[in-house]
Design a protein around this ligand. Structure first.
Ligand SMILES: NC(=O)c1ccc[n+]([C@@H]2O[C@H](COP(=O)([O-])OP(=O)(O)OC[C@H]3O[C@@H](n4cnc5c(N)ncnc54)[C@H](OP(=O)(O)O)[C@@H]3O)[C@@H](O)[C@H]2O)c1
Length: 247
């Protein structure tokens, strides 16, 4: 796979899955805009690693749950790196609680960060990509968006929303050669899943046919494929990177 000459913008790329996507795409030749919310030092480290590979990279602070910041981030990427060919909507948060205890703030925070952000960035990026008649949009959902999970009604709603949104936008943008796909990871070892206790982790492991937790790079490899010319006849699809949890 070769991403030489491409520019990728990855939201939430300071840590976890987003960071792995940034590194993987740079390894394949892309220049990368590394978005983060608050962890500037970590984002700068990712940028440094990419610059050391001989690629261009820039850290862009933006809270993607805010429309103006999300739109400016897209503009700043194009200004700094000269194009935008690949958008990975990866930034996400959890605020877990059973429905009867879930506060409106917990619901809104998750929907704003995980789903509204995807609307803001995709709308801004697709205007540019449509003119260029070329683009890849990769949205990170979750197996929870398909199967549901007790204590995660807000998160599941946001991740299910991403799938419906992506399929609709894939139909709208296909004739302009802008391809929109979804990755639904299972359990990936990152800060997000680090909060689970031993009992919860064991229960999840027993539901994974491949009998191992995923690594951020497992997701990044699928994202790189969806960003590359190797997937040029693929749009509106959901790729499960979950060790076989969902089948
Ligand atoms: N880990 C899993 O098992 C798993 C499974 C399925 C799906 N996913 C999805 O995969 C994505 C990445 O998850 P992860 O496990 O890598 O998470 P993570 O380690 O917690 O990292 C989250 C990233 O999102 C950024 N972020 C959070 N809120 C943001 C905002 N408002 N604006 C911009 N950036 C923001 C964080 O930036 P800062 O560092 O600046 O805070 C960080 O870079 C999420 O969408 C998650 O729902 C994860």
């Amino acid at each position: 796979m070769n991403l030489s000459g491409k520019v990728a913008l990855i939201t939430g790329a300071s840590r976890g899955i987003g960071r792995a996507c940034a590194i993987k795409m740079a390894e394949l030749g892309a220049d990368v805009a590394v978005n983060y919310s608050s962890n500037r030092a970590l984002a700068e480290e990712v940028v440094k690693q990419i610059l050391n590979m001989g690629r261009k990279a820039v850290a862009i602070q933006a809270d993607v749950s805010k429309q103006k910041e999300a739109e400016d981030m897209v503009k700043r990427t194009i200004e700094a790196l000269g194009s935008l060919d690949i958008l990975v909507n990866n930034a996400g948060v959890t605020r877990d609680a059973l429905l009867i205890r879930m506060k409106e703030e917990e619901w809104s925070r998750v929907l704003d960060t995980n789903l509204n952000s995807v609307f803001y960035t995709t709308k801004a990026a697709s205007k540019y990509m449509m003119k260029k008649r070329q683009g890849r949009i990769i949205n990170i959902s979750s197996v929870v968006g398909v199967a549901g999970n007790a204590g995660q009604a807000n998160y599941a709603a946001s991740k299910a929303g991403i799938i419906g949104f992506s399929k609709s936008v894939a139909k709208e943008l296909a004739q302009r050669n802008v391809l929109v796909n979804v990755i639904a990871p299972g359990f990936i070892e990152t800060d997000m899943t680090d909060v689970l206790n031993e009992q919860q982790r064991d229960a999840i492991l027993s539901a994974i046919p491949l009998r191992r937790y995923g690594k951020p790079m497992d997701v990044a490899k699928a994202a790189a494929f969806l960003a590359s010319d190797e997937s040029s006849y693929l749009t509106g699809q959901v790729i499960y990177v979950d060790g076989g949890m969902n089948m």
